[in-house]
Design a protein around this ligand. Structure first.
Ligand code: SF4
Length: 229
């Protein structure tokens, strides 16, 4: 085994590699340089809130909740056990790993013969990084033999409508993104290899400040990079 093969990658690390290899490297080796951003905290807070609402409303909250507090191995084992039950209850936070890549599926809908992975986002529209996010999940499931899983994104902006909502479809717009996600998934192995190479290097990759630094997921190293081009 070479050194890079031993490096585990969360989905967020692969997404960081897509955004900017320098960000991936800095988060690993110089996290103290991060400047906390209220904007980013708000995005993450909204995503967690909306995901909770979605799980409560989907199938009226009935389903199997994977508990990740006991670690990755336990979450994967719980997911295997839930899948082995062959029921049609949804699985929330279904957890998979392949070749060091670890992903969590917000909602694995099993109400039809072909399962559907639903990624929940707090947003009024679908953007490219959501497709990347889903592609990493789809690739990991494909490697585990789950080739028939379709992929959808359920999205809604945070609003007061959540408080009184009683049905998933009342607040979430669900879009099937299977074709574009499968297309993007063909790139995931290559991107993961590049991310491992970045993390295995002791040299900080060079990248100029640019459009990739801002957007929905603003980079916390902007001040550092602006001063160290
Ligand atoms: S601020 Fe920009 S250039 Fe620097 S690590 Fe972040 S995304 Fe990359």
């Amino acid at each position: 085994m070479n050194m890079t093969q031993a490096i585990n990658l969360s989905k967020s690390k692969i997404l960081n590699q897509i955004q900017c290899p320098r960000r991936l490297w800095l988060e690993q080796y110089n996290p103290e340089l991060e400047e906390p951003s209220l904007e980013m905290e708000t995005v993450l807070d909204n995503e967690a809130y909306v995901a909770d609402i979605a799980k409560r409303l989907f199938s009226s909250g009935q389903g199997i909740h994977i508990n990740s507090r006991r670690g990755l191995r336990s979450a994967i084992d719980q997911t295997h056990a839930a899948l082995a039950e062959n029921g049609n209850n949804p699985i929330y936070d279904a957890t998979f790993a392949f070749d060091g890549v670890q992903v969590q599926v917000d909602i694995l809908d099993r109400s039809n013969p072909t399962p559907k992975a639903i990624e929940v986002k707090c947003a009024d529209r679908i953007i490219d990084s959501f497709i990347d996010d889903c592609a990493i999940q789809a690739w990991t499931m494909q490697q585990l033999g789950m080739n028939d899983v379709s992929i959808a994104i359920a999205h809604a902006p945070r609003s007061a409508a959540f408080e009184n909502a009683t049905s998933f479809s009342d607040v979430f717009a669900e879009t099937d993104v299977t074709p574009q996600v499968r297309q993007r998934a063909t790139d995931v192995a290559r991107i993961a290899d590049k991310a491992r190479a970045v993390l295995a290097s002791l040299e900080q990759p060079l990248a100029d400040v640019g459009d990739q630094c801002t957007g929905r997921y603003p980079c916390p190293f902007l001040d550092y990079c602006a001063a160290n081009t």
